[in-house]
Design a binder for this molecule. Structure first.
Ligand SMILES: [Zn+2]
Length: 240
């Protein structure tokens, strides 16, 4: 996936006139189960909604598909294990800003970063966790995100929601950029009062936003223009 440099795209244009969705609709009483492909998607993609749900005393549970060890494949001083540990620490720190009042239960599947495909075995691991957490809604990345791990999360999220008979919402991360077919049910969520928290959570992901942190000329760095965009723009949710 090539990383766009500027926040433009057909979903973003459509979002300008899309309906707003309220947090009580996105997060009914109970537990919000979020299926995130990588540590940081929960922050960039739905950090405002996550924080708003936590403020409404919803419990938060996260299924983390991968450890994010693929973001810097040629890091000279960090192997995949140390990179995974670094990203795990960033994930915990980001959540400490978004959901400071409550414990966030996390299930890690340790799938290979950048190589996952939806498989029934994932469902068999996630369903018992979802039931134990009393999930009342499932959020995942959008199936239109052009990244295989994001597609895996979308397929898994849809199936978990279907098995539990609870609502399913997906949030667009990379699919918001570029030319895409506009999905029916696109809505936006915004909470300007929580932008500061989201900014702090994003800042926790130094390995993804500061090219000086890890020595890898081929490593991923979120362009500054996109960091600002994700921090301040309404989040894009698609029902179903
Ligand atoms: Zn991701």
């Amino acid at each position: 996936m090539s990383v766009p440099q500027y926040p433009v795209g057909s979903l973003l244009t459509a979002a300008e006139t899309a309906n707003r969705v309220e947090i009580d609709t996105l997060a009914p009483d109970g537990t919000v189960l979020i299926i995130a492909p990588h540590p940081d998607d929960e922050t960039f993609g739905c950090g405002l909604a996550l924080a708003a749900a936590a403020l409404r005393n919803r419990r938060i549970a996260i299924v983390l598909l991968t450890d994010g060890e693929g973001s810097h494949p040629n890091a000279s001083k960090l192997g995949p294990k140390k990179l995974a540990d670094l990203r795990s620490n960033e994930f915990v720190r980001a959540l400490s800003f978004l959901a400071p009042m409550g414990e966030v239960n996390v299930l890690r599947l340790h799938l290979p970063d950048g190589k996952s495909r939806y498989h029934r075995s994932q469902l068999l691991r996630v369903l018992p966790f979802s039931l134990a957490q009393s999930a009342s809604v499932v959020w995942s990345t959008w199936r239109g995100d052009p990244h295989c791990d994001h597609e895996t999360a979308a397929a898994l999220g849809l199936e978990v929601a279907r098995r539990l008979s609870v609502p399913f919402w997906s949030f667009a991360v990379w699919g918001r950029f570029g030319k895409r077919a506009i999905p029916t049910g696109l809505q936006t969520f915004h909470a300007p009062g929580l932008v500061d928290l989201k900014c702090k959570a994003i800042a926790a992901y130094r390995s993804q936003t500061d090219p000086q942190v890890i020595d890898d000329p081929n490593g991923f760095t979120m362009p500054a223009s996109l960091v600002t965009h994700f921090a301040t723009h309404p989040e894009l949710f698609i029902r179903g």
